[in-house]
Design a protein. Structure first.
Length: 303
């Protein structure tokens, strides 16, 4: 049964209201993404210099630090999953959750137990709905993560890593997040956070090259104790900033698509309403003409 003219007008008014909301959310995401990109870029120099410092200490000292030492026969692994606090961002959260599930499957195939750490309400809701145990979770600042929150997460992960597996600790830690490539491309990614693998990206020195001589004060171990927690927090913060920029870009794109779809629906409903109105007018004219003809026939018959 076709919709009446009143129903079509009500639906058009409802879609127009939704269009205003999606358009507003699109503009808000567009205004925030520039700042999110700037924050991610600003964190780059600090992360690079900290990486150089940690690389120098780890390379030119003979210290076996607990955070850089591979554990034999790892049996437990922690996975930090970075998702969003809010929806309406297209496939952003579902994509990173799917990548986390893929990593979990690979870890299980290696016969490793998994301890789940979640950042973001979407990931928490996903695990809670499936009644999965969470080691720890954080939420509330997915679109503007602070370094204080990253440091809090880093401290929890480091503590878990330094705890023996017999007491609930883990042998390795992985981070699943969304890397911001461009406004049109955001890619789920996985890094192994602990044990640390410091890579400078430079070519290996030749055997005859003269290597720099470093002196560590008070000692290389103390320097690593001070640098490595900052390095872990810096990497987590960088991953969270990348995820925040990706979330905003995905939300802007999703809201633009929703706004365009709403406009198309409004135009279709307008055409249907016009056709229904024309049909109603035609029917009214037909009824008037028919009534006039009946009166004329009645008058002729009475004469």
């Amino acid at each position: 049964m076709p919709a009446s003219l009143r129903q079509l007008r009500e639906r058009r008014a409802s879609v127009s209201t939704i269009k205003k909301l999606t358009r507003a959310m699109e503009l808000i995401a567009a205004s925030r993404i520039v700042k999110a990109q700037q924050r991610a870029q600003a964190a780059g120099p600090y992360a690079r210099e900290l990486t150089r410092a940690v690389s120098a200490v780890a390379t030119f000292s003979n210290v076996d630090h607990p955070l850089t030492t591979e554990k034999p026969n790892p049996k437990r692994a922690a996975v930090l999953l970075i998702t969003s606090d809010r929806g309406q961002a297209g496939a952003y959260s579902s994509s990173v959750i799917r990548e986390g599930e893929r990593l979990n499957q690979l870890l299980r195939e290696d016969e490793k137990e998994i301890a789940s750490f979640i950042s973001g309400r979407k990931g928490i809701a996903y695990y809670t709905f499936r009644q999965r145990e969470l080691a720890q979770s954080w939420s509330g600042d997915s679109d503007a993560p602070s370094f204080a929150r990253a440091r809090e997460i880093a401290d929890a992960l480091i503590e878990t890593f330094l705890t023996p597996t017999e007491e609930g600790g883990v042998d390795e830690i992985h981070v699943v997040f969304t890397r911001f490539v461009s406004m049109l491309t955001q890619r789920p990614d996985v890094i192994r956070l602990l044990p640390l693998e410091v890579v400078e990206g430079e070519e290996a020195p030749e055997p005859d090259d003269v290597l720099p001589l470093y002196e560590f004060e008070p000692s290389a171990e103390d320097v690593l104790d001070g640098l490595l927690p900052k390095y872990v927090a810096s990497r987590i913060h960088y991953c969270m900033l990348q995820a925040a920029a990706s979330e905003l870009a995905s939300r802007q794109r999703a809201m633009k698509s929703a706004t365009d779809n709403a406009q198309d629906l409004i135009e279709r409903l307008t055409r249907e309403a016009n056709q229904a109105r024309q049909a109603q007018i035609t029917q009214e004219i037909s009824e008037i003409v028919g009534g006039a003809g009946a009166l004329a026939d009645a008058s002729a018959g009475s004469e």
